[in-house]
Structures are given as structure tokens and as C-alpha cells.
Design a protein around this ligand. Structure first.
Ligand code: ZN
Ligand code: ZN
Length: 230
């Protein structure tokens, strides 16, 4: 049995609430986005009959770097660290699940998905605006919002996937298995650096920082270039 055995069992048995609770430990809080990420992953893995061993045989392409992606990473085990997560900086609450050599299944959150929990928990939007957007809520508002977010998350994972997502089969061109690169020692800072992230300047092998070369950074604003001498 793979190390993910207990988790795969929960996926197969549809223990969505337990998976959500576990994912919330990774994510730090409950929220509808996290719940959507859990729900889409459980549904996809069951429908595509996927089991994941973290060896790039299963790939997920996520189109956003928000809460949703943590639910996806936790449940599928396709993560930033094991190279089975592909990030497309498109700002859509959507993910495509692919088994190597097969067609993919893309889930995009329906534009009316939000209405499902807004109808049921009308107070949430107001609390969210106060506490998160305006950063003006009281401690009590914050506590109520967090509690309500847990209820909403549990409500969301219990809904029929068709109520939350549009799904379609898609052809996906996957990247090859991630290459293993040698490391070099940067002649500027003396730190070890992957060979593909080095530059030769005046006969010296340097890391991108020492070489003053731009590099990609992913933060809360998305993917962008930083550094460089320009
Ligand atoms: Zn969240
Ligand atoms: Zn360096």
C-alpha cells in the first residue's frame, strides 16, 4: 500500500467531511474555496479511477493560486513539491485532472455555484466584507465568520458535483517527467544552485541573484518576474 493509502481510502469511500477537515489543517481555515477544491478532487479521482503515488503519473493543472488549490493539493497529493502540480496563472477556479497517457477531465466552478451557499447562509457575505475586505469587523464578527465558513464548507462538499462544476473531457499536453539537474556552486555567494538556474558572466558561474538575472516569483498577486539589473 502506498503511503497515501489511508487518504485514498477516504477518497474511495467518499468521506468528504474528513478530507475537508484534513485539508483545513493544511490551509489554516475553512472557506468555500477550500471546499470546492476538495470536492472537485474527490469527484475527479473517483471518476477517473486515480490513485496517486506522488511520482508524476497523475498531474493536476490548477488555474488559480487561492484557497481552492490547497484543497486540490491536499486531496490529490499533486503538489508544488512533487512536480505533479502545474500552475496556470489564469485566475479561474478550475482544475484539470490527468492520468499520464489518458484524456483529462477539466472542472470549472459554475458561475452560479456561489448562490448555493449564499442562499443558505445569507449573513456570510456581509461578515466576509466586514472582516476580510474592509478589515473592520470585531473579534465577535471574526469568530462568527470563521464558524460560518466551516458550516458552509461542509455544506459545499455535500452538494452534487454537477451543482458546483461544469466538467468536460479535454486533451492535455503534459510536460515530460521533471528532469533531474546537477547542482553547481555559485562563484558569487557560494550557495548550491540547480544548473538550469545558473548564468555564466565573465567566465564565472553564478546563480540568478548574483548574476542580476530576472526570475519568476509566485505570490498572492500571481506569477511575475522580479530581480534583474534592468
Ligand atoms: Zn481559504
Ligand atoms: Zn550566488
Amino acid at each position: 500500500m502506498s503511503v497515501r493509502g489511508p487518504l485514498e481510502k477516504k477518497i474511495r469511500q467518499g468521506y468528504e467531511n474528513e478530507l475537508l477537515e484534513d485539508a483545513a489543517i493544511l490551509h489554516g481555515h475553512y472557506c468555500p474555496g477550500l471546499a470546492l477544491g476538495v470536492k472537485t478532487s474527490v469527484t475527479a479521482m473517483a471518476r477517473l479511477d486515480m490513485e496517486h503515488e506522488g511520482m508524476e503519473d497523475i498531474i493536476v493543472i490548477v488555474e488559480t493560486n487561492n484557497c481552492f488549490s490547497d484543497g486540490v493539493q491536499y486531496v490529490t497529493g499533486c503538489t508544488f513539491g512533487n512536480n505533479s502540480l502545474v500552475f496556470r496563472d489564469l485566475g479561474k477556479t478550475a482544475a484539470t485532472f490527468v492520468k499520464r497517457g489518458e484524456k483529462g477531465l477539466r472542472f470549472v466552478t459554475r458561475i452560479d455555484a456561489r448562490e448555493k451557499w449564499v442562499e443558505r447562509f445569507p449573513e456570510y457575505a456581509e461578515l466576509f466584507t466586514k472582516v476580510v475586505r474592509e478589515r473592520s469587523g470585531t473579534e465577535e464578527d471574526r469568530r462568527r465568520m470563521m464558524e460560518m465558513a466551516e458550516d458552509i464548507s461542509k455544506f459545499v462538499v455535500g452538494l452534487e458535483p454537477e451543482k458546483l462544476f461544469e466538467m468536460e473531457t479535454v486533451d492535455v499536453k503534459l510536460p515530460e517527467y521533471a528532469p533531474i539537474h546537477d547542482s553547481h556552486i555559485c562563484e558569487g555567494c557560494g550557495e548550491s544552485v540547480m544548473s538550469t538556474r545558473t548564468v555564466e558572466i565573465d567566465g564565472k558561474l553564478l546563480c540568478l541573484l548574483c548574476g542580476g538575472i530576472e526570475y519568476f516569483e509566485l505570490d498572492g498577486h500571481g506569477m511575475h518576474l522580479r530581480g534583474g539589473n534592468k
